[in-house]
Write a new protein. Structure first.
Length: 358
């Protein structure tokens, strides 16, 4: 029996950050509203493409696992904001890390990373692959209409990656569950795609539309149901879960989920204050931060769950291995940014404000 263990991890965070007070300089919002309703204090705005963030996270994860890019058997990249749809950006990461293997993007929105982790587990358990790189990378600032405070305050940019390796050692990914609730596909959406009327630039609307309260309810239901299912399938009691790493969309969603599951609040890892919602990147970034903060210890049982547009949901249960420190450290870094976040988004802010004034 082959077990799939996470052996390497890395994240890439753009240097420019945008605080709630920065947002309040051009829209009717406040630090108090955003903090108390979501838990977010700031988000990072990328000056480089999604694949650049993905590549830095991937290089760090590969070094942390003590392997080379050429050792990989598969690259799965979860994103809803690729720099290009054709080709996929897993191909860009592949070229940058020097891998010779299959590579593809998946779009399961905010659940994408856990969908990828589940696929990696199945590829390893079937004997098809021994080493799989799973990346979650997003540049969601691209999708934001800065005149819409209901969505503009929620999202941020970033990337995270893990290497998943085959091992005889019992543990690693114990099980996973995936679901989709298509009745909810219109309550969180962007019109980006072939349905766009390319010949009417003013009519282009690929910005994120969100029915926040409806997604809020369905998120708790979806993540809760799949978390319970994966625990039952793996015959693990929720009392034996040491750490929960949930998707970071709203701290109140996490609090409600955890309290409904009757899991102590201190077992939930929360880092939304620093990044906002980075969609497919929230969970791999959280894994990196939890390791850096010593919250992940050898042999711990970890439950991770997510939900996103679709409405997708996913839950993964895993038993962490022995190692919580990287084998090697990559010197890959996101390129320096010579301006601040407000200046980076200014052309988009001006565009949307002018459009709203019309
Ligand atoms: O990962 C998947 C994507 N994530 C999500 O879909 C998140 C799910 N939903 C949520 O996190 C929450 O529903 C939100 C954070 C989006 C909104 O929180 P809420 O508690 O559901 O607020 P609300 O939509 O009920 O709005 C309450 C009030 C409204 O004003 P009135 O009608 O009471 O006068 C809004 O206009 O807050 C107002 N509001 C704001 N005020 C200041 C909405 N956005 C803002 C804002 N700043 N940014």
């Amino acid at each position: 029996m082959q077990y799939a263990h996470i052996t390497g991890w890395g994240k890439a965070v753009p240097p420019a950050s945008l605080t709630n007070d920065d947002l309040a300089t051009f829209m009717e919002t406040s630090d108090e509203w955003v903090r108390t309703r979501t838990g977010i204090r700031k988000r990072h705005i990328s000056h480089v493409d999604t694949s650049v963030l993905a590549t830095v996270a991937a290089k760090k994860a590969i070094a942390a696992a003590g392997i080379e890019g050429s050792d990989l058997d598969l690259i799965i990249l979860a994103t809803a904001s690729p720099d290009t749809l054709i080709p996929n950006i897993a191909a860009t990461v592949q070229a940058e890390v020097g891998a010779t293997c299959g590579a593809f993007d998946i779009n399961a929105a905010c659940s994408g990373f856990l969908y990828g982790l589940g696929l990696a587990n199945s590829m390893i358990q079937s004997g098809q692959c021994r080493r799989v790189l799973v990346v979650g990378a997003e540049r969601l600032s691209f999708y934001l209409d800065w005149s819409k405070r209901e969505t503009a305050v929620l999202f941020g940019d970033g990337a995270g990656a893990v290497v998943v390796e085959a091992s005889e050692q019992e543990g690693g990914i114990l099980g996973y569950e995936l679901n989709n609730d298509p009745a909810g596909r219109d309550i969180l959406k962007s019109g980006f795609g072939t349905q766009m009327n390319r010949f009417e630039a003013d009519a282009l609307d690929f910005y994120i539309h969100l029915n926040g309260q409806e997604v809020f309810k369905r998120a708790i239901h979806g993540m809760g149901a799949l978390s319970t299912k994966v625990l039952e399938k793996c015959q693990v009691n929720k009392e034996d879960v040491d750490l929960v790493i949930p998707h970071q969309a709203n701290e109140r969603i996490i609090d409600t989920l955890i309290s409904r599951m009757k899991i102590p609040k201190e077992k939930a890892f929360v880092n939304i204050a620093e990044y906002g919602n980075t969609s497919a990147a929230t969970i791999p970034i959280a894994i990196c931060d939890a390791l850096e903060q010593g919250k992940i210890q050898p042999g711990q049982t970890i439950l991770s769950c997510a939900f996103g547009a679709g409405l997708t949901s996913a839950a993964v249960l895993l038993k962490w291995g022995e190692r919580t420190t990287p084998i090697n450290v990559s010197d890959a870094e996101v390129p320096a940014c010579d301006t601040d976040a407000l200046t980076l988004i200014k052309p988009a802010v001006d565009y949307f404000m002018a459009k709203t004034d019309k």
